[in-house]
Write a protein that binds this ligand. Structure first.
Ligand code: 3HC
Length: 698
């Protein structure tokens, strides 16, 4: 079946695109549109309507064609044909018009959209810029500031806002085809004027050299380390200062630069990784999903409250269980505070915030969880306590309910064994703050049923999380790798570096925060308490935690006590260097017989990132993660790893596995085999001369 059809409806020629799932601009679609527009030039039509079948208008260029030999017509060429049409073309938008999709609509002469439609230019999220005239056409319609915001955030806007800023001409109600035909007839009645965006001038009063300098400064902060946003600014400057055709040439040159950049390669990898991570390799296609209409949450602390918000935000009522009325009230107050913050930022109305909080029912009685379809335990991180909770759940919950633990370390198999229904038990590991962080690590126990795994994946999607599946091991994918990263940060501190230096190196690399600043944010007590129950052997080498323990024992628990690896201003929470910390570090080094020396930034970076990567390889060889890209998803969405480096495993391929393997071997010689043992899979791939991506695709 052809992806483009063309039909006359009275005086109007209707071009319909049908390229599921999202009408991406594949070669077939581009050629089909070009043929239809060419055909329409000589027929009886007086105007044309361009619209899409299925769930959405065009979602952009076909990302799966990137990097392959180009096939004509290219999108920019097609859009020149569209804009040059001698009959007016009306784009009729439903769903989302994104990237090249919006650019296609902008090359039409008029645009109408349903109220539910959204438009946007998300190319920046792929390390790109709008490369089919978007950077030149949008500012001609909206002015410079709105165009920059649209392109550098990549966030879609609703039809009403698009109308407001001049991006579309009309919001239409009811049946899109009839509304578009009516609009086309209006255009014909008014003389079928060809409104070409390229004929417009950019409003010169909307921007100055100072404005651009200031905008660039904010971008450097907001999108630290990213190249595409700065190229977007350059394109908009060209739109302001040069004729349309010259501007297009600047756009093309900078688009090609973006396309060839490693950042774009990494972000494209993340686009597909994010979508792949919800696919479970060994699940039969016909696996039944359970219906999740009511959710119980045990524990109203920071985690439990955040988890509850995720569900009520999408209209699923929650019963929140705490041990006492006081604890329950504290939990509800915390949730109220969170919602108040969202309201104060203008992201939610007071009415909606109240409605959502009203969907949370408090209880102290486990019997009230009897009818829940899903119960998530978010109590203290202690195996015995969790086992007791699950034994109680086993007694009260209806058959078939999913019993989930939000544990970040504990053995989900052992938790499952405390029930008579291990097939219904799974780990749903949310990340703090749970109402904000996108990652949901789904931990599949040995006996977890296919239905429960598949339903958990579907739950993640319904609450707008990005899932990644893990098998059971200590810390699962994310925290297991993190231990090795944190170990190297501690060892670098002891051996000669400083918190501010290590954090600066990792931030420069692109991490959202450095490891020591994260330690202060999370609380130094967390690691200390986790170690309390362990034997010396389980705790590992004392050098990997002695500084943290010393700070803990001084009451320096991090931000919450105003001091940890740094000291914090009580008002602003601004951190600053504290000389006391250096005294602690030096005293610990002396006590452990470590001679402190200067450690280069490069060594710090390699030690921390290669520790992550090496453990990632072990996780893959043990089958804990399904695929390398799932690990990348975990790190980009849960641990602030820069998406423009593609996650740790993609980053490994970009550095080269041979280099990593040899450096890990050198580290084993220099820092000790107890810390550094190259993963067998890493060694194997180096011997076979393969990349990790090749291994994953084989
Ligand atoms: N190209 C190729 N495949 C695409 C695609 C695209 N632009 N957009 C989505 N897909 C695929 C996805 O990979 C997924 O495939 P799968 O089912 O095999 O996993 C399928 O379509 C459905 O996608 P989602 O799961 O994301 O579906 P949703 O309904 O959740 O979201 C969407 C729909 C909002 C359109 C979302 O897919 C999206 O944001 N897509 C990307 C849009 C984009 O980035 N466009 C710009 C492209 S770059 C460009 O246009 C350059 C130009 O300026 C020259």
């Amino acid at each position: 079946m052809s992806v483009v059809s063309y039909q006359l409806e009275g005086d109007i020629g209707v071009i319909r695109l049908n390229n599921p799932p999202v009408n991406a601009l594949s070669h077939a679609l581009r050629s089909g549109i070009q043929d239809a527009v060419t055909q329409a030039q000589d027929d009886a039509s007086l105007a044309l309507v361009l619209m899409c079948e299925g769930r959405t208008f065009i979602a952009g260029a076909d990302i799966s064609e990137f990097g392959k030999p180009p096939m004509l017509p290219s999108l920019p060429e097609l859009l020149i044909v569209l804009e040059a049409s001698k009959k007016p073309i009306i784009a009729a938008i439903h769903g989302t018009a994104l990237g090249g999709g919006l650019e296609t609509a902008l090359a039409c002469h008029y645009r109408c959209a349903l109220p539910s439609a959204q438009v946007g230019l998300p190319e920046v999220k792929l390390g790109l810029l709008p490369g089919a005239g978007g950077t030149q056409r949008v500012p001609r319609l909206t002015g410079v500031k709105a165009a920059l915001d649209l392109m550098t955030t990549g966030a879609p806007i609703a039809a009403a806002q698009a109308l407001n800023i001049g991006l579309i001409d009309k919001v239409v109600e009811g049946d899109l085809l009839s509304a578009a035909l009516d609009f086309a007839n209006e255009v014909i009645a008014q003389g079928a004027e060809l409104k070409r965006v390229s004929d417009l001038e950019v409003d010169k009063t909307t921007a100055s050299a100072e404005f651009f300098a200031e905008y660039r400064k904010t971008l450097s902060k907001r999108l630290r380390g990213q190249e595409a946003p700065h190229r977007i600014v350059e394109c908009i400057e060209a739109a302001l200062n040069t004729p349309f055709d010259e501007g297009l040439k600047v756009e093309r040159r900078l688009f090609v630069e973006c396309m060839q950049s490693s950042q774009s390669g990494a972000l494209q990898h993340m686009f597909f990784a994010e979508r792949m991570s919800s696919k479970v390799k060994d699940l039969p296609k016909d696996t039944q999903l359970k219906d999740i209409k009511r959710v119980g949450i045990i524990g109203g602390g920071l985690m439990g409250g955040g988890i509850a918000m995720n569900f009520v935000n999408v209209g699923i009522p929650v019963t929140l269980l705490e041990i006492s009325q006081e604890a329950l009230q504290r939990g509800k107050d915390l949730i109220a505070k969170n919602y108040a913050m969202t309201v104060s930022k203008g992201k939610l109305t007071v009415e909606l915030a109240t409605q959502r909080q009203d969907m949370i029912t408090g209880t102290t009685d486990y019997n009230d969880l009897a009818d829940m379809d899903l119960v998530i335990e978010a109590v203290f991180e202690n195996l015995d306590i969790k086992k007791q909770v699950f034994a109680k759940l086993d007694n009260v919950c209806k058959q078939g309910a999913i019993l989930a633990s939000n544990t970040s370390y504990q053995d989900v198999n052992l938790i499952a064994q405390s029930t008579s229904r291990p097939q219904d038990v799974i780990g749903l590991h949310f990340f703090s703050p749970a109402n904000v962080m996108k990652l949901l690590e789904i931990v599949r126990g040995d006996e977890t049923s296919d239905e429960v795994v598949a339903t958990s994946m579907a739950i993640a999607k319904s609450i707008k999380k990005v899932p990644a599946l893990s098998r059971v091991c200590y810390g699962f994918i994310g925290n297991r790798m993190l231990r090795h990263y944190a170990r190297e940060a501690q060892l670098c501190l002891l051996e000669g570096s400083t918190p501010q230096n290590i954090d600066a190196v990792m931030q420069k690399f692109g991490m959202a925060m450095g490891p020591l600043a994260v330690g202060d944010l999370a609380g130094i007590d967390i690691g200390y308490k986790a170690r309390e129950g362990l034997t010396d052997e389980q705790k590992g080498d004392v050098r990997t935690y002695c500084i943290a323990d010393a700070l803990y024992e001084m009451g320096r628990l991090g931000q919450k006590t105003g001091a940890g690896y740094y000291q914090y201003d009580p008002e602003t929470r601004q951190r600053s260097v504290d000389p006391v910390v250096m005294e602690v570090i030096e005293a610990q080094a002396k006590k452990r017989g470590v001679e402190r020396k200067v450690i280069s930034d490069k060594t710090i970076l390699d030690r921390l990132t290669f520790a992550l990567i090496n453990e990632g390889f072990k996780i893959l060889e043990e089958g804990i993660a399904q695929r390398p890209s799932d690990i990348d998803v975990v790190y980009a969405f849960g641990y602030g790893f820069p998406a423009y480096r593609g996650g740790p495993m993609f980053y490994a391929d970009t550095i080269g596995l041979e280099k990593i393997y040899h450096t890990v071997c050198e580290f084993a010689d220099t820092y000790g085999e107890e810390f550094w043992q190259p993963a067998a899979l890493l060694k194997q791939l180096v011997e076979e001369g393969k990349t990790l991506t090749q291994w994953a695709n084989s």
